[in-house]
Design a protein around this ligand. Structure first.
Ligand SMILES: *Cc1c(COP(=O)(O)O)cnc(C)c1O
Length: 379
């Protein structure tokens, strides 16, 4: 089965009892038992729900894992996965991970005695240098947000293997349509399904897919024990969104390529960050390990003032956090998604006051270009 076919025919199709083509929304918290201890596969909806199961099976299939798990948000998924670790364990993280992940480990997990080091994982040497006697895992986001740095998945997997570390990848930006971390040696893939997997800015959700049955048992235990599960309505919305994932990712990519080229030639733009541009420092690695470059672009104008003027003048780029949906979004990382990171650290990472991030939607590319053209002309 090829990727787009799998999104339609993978997982569970419809309902065997009625012939309904769409998986029903099982809006139920509990299930009648035929006798004490005799149930039909479902006991209680925190432990399992048929709509959520259909989604979880689909996600496992498209990521190429043994089992999938759906959570009430990306951060609930991340919290659950990081609960595999214990007091005294040390973890290595990509330095410009999602701000909420940074906050979780720095303001919550640290209180439980989990130690962390943040490094530029796009350098395998930096990652290796960070390994300590108590290191138990490597957590990578690639490409990163907002600077689109790329980490070599195969090399990182080999390093994890050599040191018996759990290798976790946040695959939110590329989705399994473009990138399959489990195939490259990762043990766990996770998502903010709020973004591309859902794709329509109408659901907050998280997904975890694991490679081995042992990890599946552990994550299922934690999912049930910690309880951050996705409700059946939202599971259904994600199933619905995932059917068009392939179509959407192709369009995001096409538009992003056009816009990245346009921006890279515009005199008002100081720098463009997009792995699909041959000038991007990780372009060749990005081309090797993924089938596409995604729809996220960052670019720098000279000052925050110019950035604010541009954002103000655009018609089709909605000012909002989040990403990965059908409509184009624009944000100012230093003042929005990355505001919780201290200014000094932001500048160190390259998140300057004039850095703008866009999530390219699936509108007509001509309209998006005309909009950017008129906006940049006013600066
Ligand atoms: C949004 C996001 C998250 C957090 O997911 P929520 O669904 O908002 O909880 C994690 N990782 C990345 C890369 C994200 O973009």
């Amino acid at each position: 089965m090829r990727a787009k076919t799998r999104l339609i025919h993978g997982g569970i199709m419809g309902d065997p009892h009625t012939g309904a083509v769409s998986v029903p929304i099982y809006q139920t918290s509990t299930y009648k038992q035929d006798g004490v201890g005799q149930h039909r596969g479902y006991e209680y909806s925190r432990t399992g729900n048929p709509t959520r199961s259909a989604l979880e099976q689909m996600m496992a299939e498209i990521e190429g894992g043994t089992a999938g798990f759906a959570f009430s948000s990306g951060l609930a998924a991340i919290t659950t996965v990081l609960s595999l670790f214990s007091q005294g364990d040390h973890l290595i993280f990509t330095d410009d991970v999602y701000g909420g992940t940074y906050r979780l480990v720095h303001q919550v997990l640290n209180r439980f005695g989990i130690e962390t080091t943040f490094v530029d994982t796009s350098s395998i040497e930096e990652t290796e240098k960070a390994i300590q006697a108590n290191t138990r895992g490597i957590y990578v986001e690639t490409p990163t947000n907002p600077l689109l740095k790329v980490t070599d998945l195969q090399k990182t997997a080999a390093l994890a293997e050599a040191h018996s570390l759990l290798f976790i990848v946040d695959n939110t930006f590329l989705t399994p349509y473009w990138q399959l971390p489990l195939e490259k040696g990762a043990h766990i893939v996770l998502h903010s399904a709020t973004k591309y997997l859902g794709g329509h800015s109408d659901v907050v959700a998280g997904i975890v897919v694991v490679k081995t049955p042992e990890l599946a048992d552990k994550i299922h235990f934690l999912q049930n024990a910690m309880g951050g599960v996705l409700g059946p309505q939202d599971a259904w919305l994600l199933l619905r969104g995932s059917k068009t994932l392939g179509l959407r990712m192709e369009e995001h990519e096409k538009n992003a390529q056009i816009i990245a080229h346009f921006l890279s030639q515009h005199p008002q733009i100081e720098r463009v960050y997009y792995p699909g541009l041959p000038s991007h420092p990780h372009h060749s690695l990005a081309s090797q390990q993924a089938k596409g470059f995604g729809g996220m672009i960052s670019f720098a104008v000279k000052s925050e003032k110019k950035a604010l003027e541009l954002i103000d003048s655009l018609r089709y780029f909605t000012l909002a956090e989040s990403l990965g949906a059908v409509e184009s979004l624009i944000s100012l990382p230093a003042r929005m998604t990355h505001a919780s990171i201290p200014e000094e650290r932001r500048n160190l990472l390259g998140i300057t006051p004039g850095l703008i991030r866009i999530s390219v939607g699936i509108e007509d590319a001509e309209d998006l270009i005309e909009d950017l053209e008129q906006g940049l002309a006013t600066l």
